[in-house]
Design a binder for this molecule. Structure first.
Ligand code: 2RA
Length: 340
């Protein structure tokens, strides 16, 4: 006995990963429907060794389906999530639309699995922003040991976070630097991304931060602890897949780097690669396709009392989106949603 599952946005980067991960983790599926927008209708997508033809999201009846994984962006989610939820299907949404709604759980299963129990208020559960998800997996076990006061994080986010067009732009701009006459002007981003970094993700806010940076603050408070003070600088870098983060943490009490390393080694969802030698650390190209949140460069920050630095890398399409969504479905099934 399994679940009747829908993946909405099945032809996008995240939607395809959702299908891959449902199959890889052998999520108990009795029936799976792949939905797409009208322009992608009929596109074939893989689900394990099966090939599914996408059906139209418009007008789809979610009645009788248990779980719907949504990767369709906030605008489409605003239209279709209430429909699915009202027809009795639990929506696990990857967009930012419901993340800050007090009646919608925002869940990273390694951090706050119990939060899924609150899904019944709106029949919706929100997936966090990719840059938040990998970070809180690392923060939570350390916070449990030595209570975090403040976090300063700088992110190095890959272009796949912006979608397929951004991946194409990086590829074509890079080629254009070598092939005379094939220069590619910036279009997805305000400036050239090839061989460059852009300190701007999402829109600017009145205080000079960006919405991506605000998301990391708001979501960390909702998922881990509202007392944690956090400041972020989110940067786009010329990497195809894999977000990296430099994280500086100030604790209420001293936490030795060796103890921190041992705690992280034992923590769920984390792989520590941390040797003080050439190559003794993780880089984004090595995380692609993996489920883990990788941690390296764990070291004391002696410039403040109770300070620690670390380097955090994860596949933003997996832990940052599709994997976390599937893990929420697994947690929902284990805790409260009976099969069939
Ligand atoms: C990005 N976190 O990286 C945002 C959305 N995926 O663009």
């Amino acid at each position: 006995m399994g679940y009747k599952v829908v993946v909405a946005g099945a032809t996008g980067n995240v939607g395809r990963e959702m299908l891959n991960i449902l199959a890889e983790r052998q999520f108990p599926v009795d029936e799976l429907v792949a939905l797409a927008s009208r322009r992608s209708l009929g596109t074939e997508v893989s689900f394990g060794d099966k090939t599914l033809k996408t059906k139209d999201l418009e007008g789809f009846d979610f009645t009788g389906y248990d779980i719907a994984l949504f990767a369709i962006g906030s605008d489409a989610t605003k239209k279709y999530a209430p429909i699915a939820a009202s027809q009795g299907c639990v929506v696990i949404d990857n967009s930012s639309l419901y993340r800050y709604d007090p009646d919608v759980p925002l869940v990273v299963p390694e951090v706050n699995p119990e939060a899924v129990d609150g899904y019944t208020k709106k029949n919706i559960i929100a997936n966090p922003n990719c840059s938040t998800a990998q970070m809180v997996v690392a923060l939570k076990p350390l916070h449990d040991r030595a209570r975090i006061k403040r976090v300063v994080v700088s992110t190095y986010q890959s272009v796949s976070g912006s979608g397929k067009a951004a991946i194409d732009e990086l590829w074509n701009q890079t080629k254009g630097m070598y092939v005379p006459g094939q220069e590619v002007e910036p279009s997805v981003y305000p400036k050239q991304i090839a061989f460059n970094v852009i300190p701007h993700i999402d829109v600017f806010l009145d205080d000079g931060s960006t919405k991506e940076e605000w998301k990391m603050v708001a979501e960390t408070k909702k998922i881990v602890d509202k007392s944690i003070k956090l400041t972020a600088t989110c940067v786009r870098v010329p990497v195809f897949v894999g977000h990296a983060e430099s994280i500086n943490i100030e604790f209420e009490e001293f936490l030795d780097e060796d103890e921190a390393r041992d705690i992280l080694r034992e923590a769920p969802g984390i792989m520590v690669i941390d040797k003080r030698e050439d190559g003794g650390y993780i880089t984004p190209v090595e995380c692609v396709g993996d489920f883990a949140t990788f941690i390296s460069r764990i070291r004391q920050d002696s410039t403040i009392e109770n300070g620690l630095n670390l380097w955090c890398v994860s596949d933003n399409l997996r832990k940052g989106a599709a994997l976390n969504a599937v893990q929420i479905a697994e947690t929902l099934g284990n805790r409260c949603l009976k099969k069939g």
